[in-house]
Unconditional design. Structure first.
Length: 633
């Protein structure tokens, strides 16, 4: 597996940490292309402060605090001495800290380039499952091919209207309380694509694009979605184009989409080979420069005992393999909308350009738009310009596609998913207990792990640093001493008042760490910066980063995130360690949607058992709090 410190970061963002005020409708006449999003007025809102550099002593103190629950007494003694040596007077830590402070004083965001490379572009495992999240939309019931395509047309137009809002400068400023947040990620949702390389990837962003890609039967079509005057085509026009695509996509496909499921180095070699042919090069450019991809899926043929919510999550996450829809994708595209003939629908996105908020806000917008019963547009019968993209495959590329099919089937077979709605209570009930819903859920996740495995685990939760220029994420270390203390008391004792006091202490500790993270004062990005400076300046990697305690505390067996959405949706992704869990959740008023993942190849983890343990912990914690707050529930 890849370095789990950076792998865990490619996850959705806890949306509780921002308050967005978005335009949720656009007039039918809005069109406006080409995009001005890279430098246009849409995001010239607030001058934000630079990302701060935390004090070294503060970071090392918090590091020691958060690593202690994960180590034995002897291991902790060694780690404590290593940290003392690192941060001592005249030590290498002080030297690196001064260098980082100088960098921070001269750059608006000292982390951004390092982070993009470390967390994303140098990541060599497939983006499929290991990196790309999927977002499950409410299931639809289609009784004909036309109903499927009509719904897909609405999602397409809804997405284009959201893009028009961005491009025309009508997207309102996001806030966290009274603090404005960085808006630059919204400029990167559309027109973007990750390009594979031999050792590292790059991001391609087309400033001007007038087409989307529609994939059906593993074949790719370039579909023009604007008229020559820049007017956006309406749903009826788009529907005509989708009908044309499905009629013309019956011939055997080349299967090039499967290559995007491969390890990045392997895909990088194949990408270079594809580009040698001018026909292939033109087809690749059309895909990579498109606004987004619409995947028209067939019904996946899988075992009947998979619950509907889990089945939907898996189809959107990986497409269920070579016999189903995994080749009906281009996993490098920033945005892929997916509509299956059986009503499964949602999106999958490549994570390097953006975190969760732009994606979640887009999803709510287009789902609301698609719920309208009527098609917009006049009675004209315009069929968009649709071009089937062709590929000339050499024997070596044919072999690469066949290998990719085998590999994606192995990965698909390895992924466990347990997607469910916890309906005993929701975020408003937790608030009534005078507790933070996010902290409450995070504590339950850690306790569920301890209950199943008998010990705590390194526990990653993503937090937004968008209060700062170019801010991305910071780690909330949710395996805090107070949370482990509460777990020990709760699982081993039966004294309600003591449990409640321990629960309050755990919630307050988590909230304090959240505050540190969103204000750029947590530890993981700071430590990454110090390590990067050592490497770039030819300094021996400090012993702190070679210490087993550091590896243990960054082995994120719990990779979690809150991705809130107004609609009944949930985001899902794979674990970031072979023996770990992915756990994403959407806290709703009266329920909490969860998607828990694990790998079948590891005998110690089970997504279904973890889900059961999590439900039990949530109910028990509610009972602990309710018994001490009689007026709450």
């Amino acid at each position: 597996m890849a370095n789990t410190t950076v792998a865990a970061a490619v996850r959705g963002l806890p949306q509780k940490f921002f308050c967005s005020k978005h335009v949720l409708s656009a007039s039918p006449g809005v069109a406006l292309y080409p995009s001005r999003s890279m430098s246009g007025k849409a995001f010239q809102y607030a001058k934000l402060p630079s990302l701060p550099v935390p004090k070294l002593s503060q970071t090392l103190e918090q590091y020691i605090r958060t690593v202690k629950p994960l180590l034995t007494k002897d291991e902790f003694a060694i780690t404590e001495q290593v940290v003392k040596n690192f941060g001592g007077p005249g030590g290498v830590g002080e030297k690196l800290q001064l260098m980082l402070e100088e960098k921070g004083a001269n750059e608006p965001n000292w982390l951004s380039e390092w982070w993009l490379d470390s967390a994303y572009l140098s990541y060599r495992l497939p983006v499929l499952v290991h990196s790309n999240p999927a977002l499950v939309f409410p299931k639809q019931n289609f009784f004909s091919k036309e109903e499927q395509l009509t719904y897909a047309a609405k999602l397409i137009v809804g997405a284009l209207r959201y893009k028009a809002i961005i491009d025309s400068g009508k997207l309102e400023q996001d806030y966290l309380g009274k603090s404005p947040l960085d808006m630059s990620q919204y400029t990167k949702v559309f027109n973007g694509c990750r390009i594979p390389g031999l050792k590292t990837d790059t991001i391609r962003h087309a400033l001007d694009s007038n087409h989307i890609i529609v994939v059906h039967n593993n074949q790719f079509f370039k579909v023009i979605v604007y008229e020559e005057n820049g007017q956006m085509l309406d749903e009826r026009d788009i529907l005509n184009g989708l009908m044309y695509v499905t009629e013309k996509s019956s011939s055997p496909p080349a299967g090039v989409g499967f290559l995007t499921t491969e390890c990045r180095n392997v895909w990088g070699v194949a990408h270079e080979e594809l580009n040698k042919d001018p026909v292939n090069r033109a087809s690749l450019k059309a895909i990579e420069d498109s606004i987004f991809v619409m995947c028209l899926d067939k019904s996946s043929k899988i075992e009947n005992n998979v619950p509907s919510s889990t089945r939907m999550a898996l189809q959107l996450l990986h497409g269920y393999g070579s016999a189903n829809n995994s080749g009906n994708r281009w996993f490098d595209k920033t945005l892929q909308l997916i509509v299956s003939e059986d009503g499964v629908n949602g999106l999958c996105y490549e994570h390097s350009p953006t975190e969760g908020p732009p994606i979640a806000n887009l999803a709510d917008f287009i789902v609301n738009f698609a719920q309208e019963k009527t098609l917009h547009g006049d009675d004209r019968r315009l069929t968009p310009d649709c071009e089937c993209l062709t590929f000339n495959l050499t024997p070596a590329l044919d072999e690469a596609v066949m290998l990719a099919k085998r590999n994606v089937d192995l990965l698909v077979q390895d992924v466990q998913m347990n997607s469910f709605s916890f309906d005993k209570f929701g975020k408003e009930d937790i608030k009534a207990l005078k507790l933070s819903p996010d902290s409450f859920i995070q504590i339950a996740i850690q306790i569920a792990f301890i209950r199943l495995h008998g010990h705590p685990a390194a526990h990653y939760e993503s937090a937004s640093t968008r209060k700062f220029h170019g801010g991305r994420t910071e780690t909330i270390r949710s395996c805090l001493p107070e949370i482990v203390d509460f777990a020990n008391i709760h699982l081993k004792q039966n004294r309600p008042q003591e449990k409640y006091r321990a629960l309050q202490a755990a919630v307050n500790a988590h909230k304090r760490y959240v505050g540190m993270a969103i204000n750029g004062q947590a530890i993981d990005r700071h430590l990454l910066g110090l390590k990067k400076l050592a490497i770039e300046n030819g300094i021996d990697i400090p012993s702190l980063f070679l210490d087993p305690g550091y590896s243990t505390s960054n082995n994120w067996r719990l990779s979690t995130s809150q991705v809130a959405a107004v609609n009944d949706m949930v985001m899902c992704y794979g674990p970031v360690t072979p023996d770990g869990y992915g756990c994403c959740y959407n806290p709703r008023r009266d329920a909490i949607n969860f998607a828990v993942s694990a790998f079948n190849s590891n005998p110690t983890t089970c997504a279904e058992k973890f889900g059961h343990a999590l439900k039990k912990c949530l109910e028990e914690m509610r009972d602990v709090a309710a018994s001490s707050v009689p007026s709450s529930l």
